[in-house]
Design a binder for this molecule. Structure first.
Ligand code: PLP
Length: 453
């Protein structure tokens, strides 16, 4: 029988892990954790140790691992049809899912374009917006506006509208030019305002840019309410409503990248609901299949769709299609996911959990090296700093977050950090007592690591 050590040795021989400096595994003390199975909020390694999946395996899992209902649908659908192309052919799961998504999002949304993951959903949105203006006779509207420290995926189009150096800097010569506005990062407010006591002055910069260059701007793309990969940086819904008004005023499309936030993370199905707005185009992925299989969708309105609708000869077709567009197994799982969310009233069940998370987060503020504690719905984040009063951050290369992650892992929680930020984004089915357990492990790990360094 192959031992755990042999599997790990083979892993390191053949697998190049994502977002990972592989040299870190050279020593004997730290190796990838070999997961054998999952159940509910827990992951089990090959030795039977269990870990609370505190980050929903990169923000995808919503209804728990190895959910019996989803397992059942997945196998049933695979036995009927595992895949068929979606051009000139269709299938019931794709139709049902599109109808459900449009109904959930509400008017004026009317059309669903499938793809495979968050990055491709964003690529689709960008190309759709660009081609929309081209076909409306305004090809000069070709720039995209995005926020500093934004993240929209790892493909080159999505990297173009991204703003985080580690993902972008090297590729700057390859990506297309975009326009950047300062992100509303409330802990380190760009306008030096106190969090919660401002009039969203940071949006003035957006207005000034729109005013001077609206004739060249196709769209603004945002991560709604939370800049995830930047370190769960949060901003108020009012920013989004103001942005919607500005986009209307200056005839600029609003692309809402809900890849990380949709399907309950913020306490509602979609983050845009908090701001009472509707974007022109929005992207979903991750939680669409409850984290089971890759699937994504870019959802839009008749206003956009009609600009592509014409005789074949006018060449207005949207020529974009991935091999696995609208995969039947993925769509069937997504339909079942939405059915479970509705039947089991998952969104309604979140309020006491959100409240519990809020209570549990309070304690972190006492810690000597915790600068900011923030929460949006089912997402909690703790930003560690070297110096609390000056907000001096830890150096990136110190990997303080990673040290906390390793400590928490020893105690049964998967809390993979973003730089100096430890965050909680557990499956939505987590129980209140499990939130307590998860945050306690994190608290102790942060205390141990930061007060030792
Ligand atoms: N957009 C946002 C806001 C994300 O957080 C992510 C991934 O974390 C993506 C896009 C890219 O999604 P994927 O990793 O599925 O390509």
């Amino acid at each position: 029988m192959t031992t755990k050590e042999e599997w790990i040795a083979k892993d390191l021989k053949y697998v190049w892990h994502p977002d990972t400096q592989m040299k870190q595994y050279e020593g004997a003390d730290f190796k990838p954790t070999l997961i054998e199975r999952g159940e509910g909020i827990y992951l089990y390694d090959i030795d039977g140790n269990k870990y609370i999946d505190g980050v929903s395996s990169w923000w995808v899992n919503t209804l728990g691992h190895s959910n019996p209902k989803l397992n059942n649908i997945l196998t049933q659908q695979a036995q009927k049809i595992e895949h068929v192309l979606l051009a000139d052919f269709t299938h019931i799961p794709a139709i049902e899912l599109a109808e459900k998504l449009v109904n959930l999002a509400g008017s004026p949304f009317s059309k669903v374009f499938y793809s495979d993951d968050g990055s491709t959903a964003v690529e689709v949105a960008l190309k759709m917006a660009y081609q929309y203006w081209y076909q409306k006779g305004k090809p000069e509207k070709k720039y995209f506006v995005s926020m500093t420290d934004s993240y929209h995926g790892d493909t080159l189009g999505s990297v173009s509208v991204g703003g985080i150096d580690i993902y972008k800097k090297i590729f700057n010569p390859l990506v297309f030019e975009t326009l950047k506005v300062c992100a509303p990062y409330c802990y380190r407010c760009p306008k030096n305002k106190e969090c919660g006591k401002c009039n969203i002055e940071c949006i003035d910069e957006v207005e000034a840019l729109f005013k001077s260059r609206s004739s060249e701007i196709a769209a603004m793309i945002v991560e709604p309410l939370v800049q995830g990969a930047a370190g769960m940086r949060m901003y108020p819904p009012l920013y989004l409503s103001k942005l919607r008004a500005l986009c209307d005023e200056y005839d600029i499309l609003l692309i809402d990248d809900e890849v990380a936030m949709a399907f309950g993370r913020t306490g509602k199905y979609f983050a845009f609901e908090h701001a009472n707005i509707k974007p022109d185009i929005f992207c979903v992925a991750k939680g669409i299949t409850a984290g089971y299989i890759p699937l994504a969708a870019t959802i839009t309105t008749d206003k956009i769709y009609n600009a592509f609708y014409d005789d074949f000869s006018t060449l207005k077709t949207f020529y974009h299609g991935h091999s696995f567009t609208g995969n039947p197994v993925a769509c069937a799982v997504a339909v079942e996911n939405l059915k479970i969310m509705e039947e089991e009233k998952i969104i309604d069940s979140l309020q006491p959990k959100i409240e519990k998370l809020k209570q549990c987060l309070k304690k972190f503020k006492e810690l000597q090296h915790v600068g900011d504690v923030r929460q949006t719905g089912m997402i909690g984040a703790v930003e560690m700093v070297r110096n609390k009063s000056t907000k001096e951050p830890y150096d990136f290369v110190e990997r303080i977050g990673h040290k906390v992650f390793k400590e928490a892992l020893k105690n049964g929680a998967l809390l993979r950090p973003i730089g100096n930020v430890i965050y909680f984004m557990p499956p939505l089915i987590i129980k209140e007592e499990e939130i307590e357990k998860l945050t306690k492990i994190a608290y102790n790990a942060i205390k141990t690591v930061t007060e030792m360094n």
